[in-house]
Design a protein. Structure first.
Length: 286
């Protein structure tokens, strides 16, 4: 079997593999640009917290309506917004720092979600919620992901300049009154919405993986943000294809395989990238 056949055969022969690849492509194009801004704004911890925070809302929707797509989406969105508001309240009116408040709330959210699913469902349902099942993606989920990706890209295009300024010079953005608060709020809504879309494929525990890890990898190869976003998308696409192929030929879960491939690419970039990597550090010593 030729290398091209090894790569193409799983997708030409099986519809579920094509749907899984389509889901990864959509998540890469729509979610990875958000991951770039999260890394630049040092919001990766908050992103991780929000990916866990949606679980209680999804679990309550599952307990009431089963695996219906719309109720789980709305439940996850409501839970994410609620947890974010609680974290803001604790940060503002107590001595608790933002990272501590998000950590507290996401751990409580994760525990509450697991308990709700355990009471109302089976171990299979729990594993599906936590880790997803990208090989079982249906057309409705793909439609939701595509819609979220389109809205995300158009919105980022509209607020691109403000977000970039806010990443590199937040004091100037505030002084210039360029709508920093609105841009930040819209960015947060996009983040939660994309996490819910990614949840359909990767579950709550790894929904952030395809969003953040390619962005981390790309930062070791370029310092230009206009190059960083498309390079991050390419890294996400490469990790998706690699992970799905590894899953197909080794019979391991597809979602974790995709995230592991993205993480491996990030580690490789940290070691050998041209900017800020181990290789760059050693080269500067010479």
């Amino acid at each position: 079997m030729t290398p091209s056949e090894l790569i193409l055969d799983p997708f030409t022969q099986y519809a579920f593999m094509r749907r899984a690849l389509a889901a990864c492509v959509i998540l890469a194009i729509g979610g990875t640009p958000l991951g770039v801004f999260m890394t630049l704004r040092r919001m990766t911890l908050m992103g991780d917290a929000m990916s866990h925070a949606i679980l209680p809302g999804v679990a309550l929707a599952f307990a009431s309506f089963g695996l219906a797509l719309l109720p789980m989406t709305l439940g996850g969105l409501a839970a994410g917004v609620f947890v974010a508001l609680c974290a803001m309240f604790l940060t503002r009116f107590t001595r608790m720092k933002e990272d501590a408040s998000f950590t507290l709330l996401y751990l409580m959210s994760l525990a509450a979600g697991v308990i709700i699913i355990s009471l109302k469902g089976s171990n299979v349902d729990l594993m599906h919620m936590l880790f997803g099942n990208i090989l079982a993606i249906d057309k409705d989920s793909l439609t939701l992901m595509a819609g979220v990706a389109c809205v995300t890209l158009f919105t980022l295009a509209g607020f691109y300049r403000g977000l970039v300024i806010d990443c590199f010079d937040p004091d100037f953005a505030y002084a210039a009154k360029r709508g920093r608060s609105w841009a930040s709020l819209i960015f947060f809504v996009l983040l939660v919405t994309n996490l819910i879309a990614a949840f359909q494929a990767l579950g709550t525990l790894m929904a952030l993986g395809l969003m953040i890890l390619p962005a981390i990898a790309a930062r070791f190869w370029t310092q230009n943000i206009d190059t960083l976003i498309p390079l991050s998308i390419l890294c996400a696409l490469a990790a998706s294809l690699t992970g799905l192929l590894i899953s197909y030929y080794t019979q391991i879960p597809a979602g974790p395989a995709v995230v592991l491939a993205a993480g491996t690419l990030s580690l490789f970039s940290a070691l050998s990238g041209t900017h800020g990597s181990v290789y760059a550090y050693v080269r500067n010593l010479d």
